[in-house]
Design a protein around this ligand. Structure first.
Ligand code: FES
Length: 160
């Protein structure tokens, strides 16, 4: 099965490609576009990016597997990524991740049965001075405490 973006997505990718001196440079935004339309970067999306940018499929697959911002399988409505790198670990990051797992009843890489939250771990999110840190979708949540995690997860789960 093949996949192609919507007409608006096709227009956007044309504009993105025109911005860069080589098609390879458009790989990250092209994958982002695919993820925005599908919800994750499917094998078909990787095929499309590979064809559209004239890149080896292995190169595109390598980019997808390297960056945690790309989801390689379907995810919940919200994706919570908890930093597990040293600076955050030193100020309680592991405790935060444990608490998320217990409260949600899932392990990293899993999605709650209601489909609302996918829990993941991430390497340094580049906000080491304000750890423990996580992201919800594209938003940073910093200086985490058990109380702030509870409030955050309760809010996400109560959304329609
Ligand atoms: S170690 Fe957590 S943001 Fe850098």
């Amino acid at each position: 099965m093949t996949w192609t973006p919507s007409a608006a997505g096709q227009k956007r990718i044309d504009e993105i490609i025109a911005r860069y001196p080589s098609k390879m440079a458009a790989c990250l935004p092209a994958l982002r576009l695919a993820q925005e339309e599908i919800g994750h970067v499917s094998k078909e999306a990787i095929d499309w990016v590979s064809r559209r940018l004239e890149l080896p499929r292995a190169h595109v697959q390598g980019v997808v597997s390297f960056y945690t911002l790309y989801h390689q399988k379907p995810v919940g409505k919200h994706v919570v990524q908890v930093c597990r790198t040293l600076s955050c670990a030193l100020v309680g990051g592991e405790r935060i991740l444990d608490h998320c797992q217990k409260k949600l009843g899932i392990r990293p890489g899993e999605t709650t049965p209601d489909g609302k939250i996918t829990l993941e771990t991430a390497e340094c999110l580049a906000s080491c001075g304000s750890g423990p840190v996580l992201t919800v979708d594209d938003e940073f949540v910093e200086n985490l405490t058990i109380e702030s995690i509870d409030a955050l997860l309760d809010r996400l789960r109560s959304e329609p």
